[in-house]
Design a binder for this molecule. Structure first.
Ligand SMILES: [Zn+2]
Length: 121
């Protein structure tokens, strides 16, 4: 299946919650890659890949949700901002502002400190 057009935000079709392949999981015996929903990616990463793995830049791009998309889907920006602040998740739109490396580092720090099981910190 092709999801390229569905993965692109537009005002007429704002939801980009498409299946993406997990680049960390090995493919199944039949060479089918593990598939996750974009909007569930953070929870998936927390539950399945919370230790000893590196989140690739491409995966960060693949799970990116713009504020414009959140707004179009009526996510309350204030609640999203508070959640990101509480869990030290960088503002995803910051990735587009030339701060990619810094924000990626923040994201990885978040991943290492907040997603790892408490007994491994
Ligand atoms: Zn995986």
């Amino acid at each position: 299946m092709q999801y390229q057009s569905a993965a692109q935000f537009s005002k007429s079709s704002p939801c980009t919650n498409v299946p993406i392949h997990c680049p960390i999981c090995p493919s199944s015996i039949s060479q089918v890659p593990q598939t996750i929903c974009k909007y569930n990616a953070l929870c998936y990463l927390a539950s399945e890949h919370s230790t000893g793995t590196t989140i690739t830049g491409q995966l960060l791009v693949d799970i990116f949700i713009s504020k414009e998309e959140e707004k179009a889907l009526k996510f309350e920006a204030e609640i999203t901002d508070l959640y990101r602040k509480e869990y030290n998740i960088p503002d995803t739109d910051g990735l587009l502002d030339g701060k990619k490396e810094r924000d990626q580092t923040q994201f990885l720090q978040f991943h290492q400190t907040n997603l790892a099981p408490k007994d491994l910190r």
